[in-house]
Design a protein around this ligand. Structure first.
Ligand code: PLP
Length: 629
């Protein structure tokens, strides 16, 4: 039974192995070769790597690059399409150097290129896309330096296409290319009329942030003609938003974009490329439907709709088939990384041990609540109503000074006991009563995960994005408890609110009971797109340690840790906030020395405390729990 839907969202890369561990099949060409997650965790432990950590499966990155490029190639061939596919990877989705290098390496046979959306990203793509046959697409708002850098790229013989987002950029580009005596390759971004579904739908429509209106596109052509630069117009670009959940929106966008492309060519623009942007979705919740966290189509279907859609319109309009460019980032990177961490504690409102035996002269509210304990003959709803009413009255009485703190503690303890008993006795019929059904959530524990949602899963907090969370081991054991997952930031928002369970979305998730002395490792999956790089420094937790895994080609299931990138130390994150950690260490040492001089601390002890402070500065920002539940 696949309670957590691993197979559904795992896209062939993740499943549950026979020993109840997550297993990874990172190479799409070898679907029956698995890496056992328990072995990965053991290797990490042997290397002294602490939780939380990001694990990157580089073979998954390569697989995704190959799948996208080969699907386009095959479909183009089958369709008799006359252009080529020359995709680019938008580095904003994950700018990690190792990720970009791996993608470029895997994409080389396909002349797969890069996309940049800002000046620093442009600097990176200048250095990392040396292939003269691959495109470099330059999006985002631009200044003189940005455009001049693109012209440098032209001097270096690169296919750098500046995508004009607003008209003034075109004027600046024309002026600079005259100054530097080099022809730019120009793309025009169109504001699309089709509106996508989901969380990124504002990327199109009249009020979209980027792109030219149709009138501006016509003006751009006149402007280029006036400056004798019409031959530089090479590409039409559009992007209707990320994570397009409904394939019909893709079809609509292709129809609109291809028609516009054809009309621009007929008008006299010598375009060669049609760039359809990003948007290829990921099935995060495994439902294959149009929820915000899923999509109702496959990569094959997406590619077919693009290729056949553009072909049909260009044939009708008697315009040569353009080379196709797409800027898929999410689809390339989402699967390849996950955050692994351990549960370091449990918060359960009803778990406190407190003596509830009868005491002489106790308040009547205490004895009233006690009568409900074990009163299994009472109708559950009546029992629930009484317990809630007694608890409310008890709080009022406590506030007025009528109940003692011990009495209040007893009432609280008994209240949770009664709720637990009611919940255990619910049957088919009483479970239908809403208040009683909600007891499931009320009684759910919170498992404290050693991580920061703000650092590692920003979109779950910011826009309610769903990411699968699964115990990494013990998956052959039936989970006994329902919990929600909270992080270790001091922010009540630092929680996961939605979970995948049995092909639907729950407010809490079944997990195993924690066992003393044993670590309970959990994984947050599909974090490779955006989540890896968008995190913030809330509470100064900083970046996680990273483990880069490669599989051995000749030994099925074997892998090696190719690189360990240490996470931020406390020192490092403090320095980003302008602290001078040498000065801090000096100040703490001075305070310790003062206590030594006063005779309050032995010199030897003082040295130990000084060392301890310095060790913590150099140490991890996350909790240092190992084998503890
Ligand atoms: N291209 C542009 C212009 C974008 O704005 C984005 C992201 O929204 C992308 C490409 C990447 O999109 P995705 O991650 O959906 O593939």
């Amino acid at each position: 039974e696949d309670l957590y839907g691993v197979k559904r969202w795992g896209a062939g890369y993740f499943s549950i192995g026979e020993h109840g561990n997550i297993q990874i099949s990172p190479n799409h060409r070898k679907p029956d070769v698995y890496i056992d997650m328990a072995e990965v965790l053991a290797e990490m432990e042997a290397e002294g790597i602490q939780f939380p950590a990001v694990i990157r499966f580089h073979d998954i990155l390569r697989s995704q690059v190959e799948i996208l490029n080969e699907t386009f190639r095959d479909t183009i061939e089958t369709a008799g399409y006359e252009g080529e596919y020359v995709g680019v990877y938008p580095i904003k989705v994950n700018q990690m150097r190792e990720v970009v290098e791996e993608i470029m390496d895997a994409g080389e046979p396909y002349n797969y290129g890069l996309e940049a959306g800002s000046k620093p990203e442009l600097m990176a793509v200048m250095a990392y896309n040396e292939n003269p046959d691959a495109l470099t697409i330059l999006n985002g708002y631009k200044d003189e330096d940005y455009l001049t850098m693109a012209l440098l790229g032209r001097h270096l013989g690169r296919k750098m296409i500046v995508v004009v987002e607003k008209f003034s950029e075109l004027e600046m580009l024309v002026r600079l290319s005259k100054k530097y005596k080099v022809d730019p390759m120009i793309g025009l971004r169109s504001k699309m009329m089709v509106r996508s579904t989901g969380k990124w739908s504002s990327s199109s429509g009249d009020r979209a942030k980027f792109g030219l209106s149709i009138a501006e596109i016509v003006n751009a052509m006149e402007y280029l003609k006036q400056h004798d630069m019409l031959h530089c117009a090479k590409l039409l670009h559009f992007h209707i938003g990320s994570q397009i959940s409904d394939i019909r929106k893709v079809k609509e966008a292709i129809t609109e974009g291809a028609r516009l492309y054809a009309k621009m060519v007929q008008m006299g623009m010598p375009l060669e490329y049609l760039d359809i942007g990003g948007g290829l979705g990921i099935d995060y919740d495994g439902s294959s439907t149009t929820t915000d966290s899923s999509r109702n189509y496959s990569t094959d279907e997406y590619v077919a709709d693009v290729v056949y859609g553009v072909k049909q319109i260009c044939d009708l309009e008697k315009v040569a088939h353009p080379n196709l460019v797409s800027e898929s980032g999410r689809a390339i990177t989402a699967h390849h990384s996950l955050v692994v961490t351990n549960v370091v504690g449990e918060i359960n409102p009803g778990a406190t041990d407190f003596d509830i035996t009868v005491e002489e002269g106790e308040h009547v509210l205490v004895s009233n609540m006690r009568e409900l304990v074990g009163a299994n003959d009472l109708h559950p709803q009546e029992r629930f109503n009484d317990a809630a009413a007694y608890k409310q009255s008890a709080y009022e009485a406590f506030k007025l000074g009528i109940l003692s703190i011990r009495e209040m503690a007893k009432i609280d303890t008994m209240y949770w006991l009664v709720l637990t008993e009611i919940h255990q006795k619910l049957d088919e019929e009483t479970r239908q009563i809403q208040e009683l059904e909600e007891l499931e959530d009320t009684l759910a524990s919170q498992y404290l995960a050693n991580m920061s949602i703000f650092q590692s899963a920003a979109d779950t907090w910011a826009i309610g994005q769903l990411l699968p969370i699964v115990p990494l081991t013990r998956l052959h054991e039936k989970p006994e408890v329902r919990v929600s997952i909270a992080d270790i930031t001091c922010d009540s928002d630092g929680k996961i609110g939605k979970y995948i369970e049995n092909n639907s979305i729950s407010d809490n998730i079944p997990m195993h009971r924690l066992q003393r002395g044993e670590s309970y490792p959990i994984g947050m999956f599909l974090t490779g797109a955006y989540q890896d790089v968008m995190g913030d420094m809330h509470n100064l937790f900083g970046r996680l340690t990273e483990v880069h895994i490669f599989s051995h080609d000749d030994e099925p299931g074997a892998f090696y840790i190719e690189e360990i990138v240490p996470g931020h130390s406390a020192e490092k994150v403090l320095e980003t906030m302008q602290y001078n950690t040498d000065y801090m260490a000096k100040m703490v040492k001075k305070a310790i020395d003062k206590q030594i001089r006063k005779g309050n601390l032995a010199p030897r002890e003082g040295v130990r405390w000084t060392d301890f402070y310095e060790r913590c500065l150099a140490g991890s920002t996350y909790l240092r729990y190992d084998k503890k539940a």
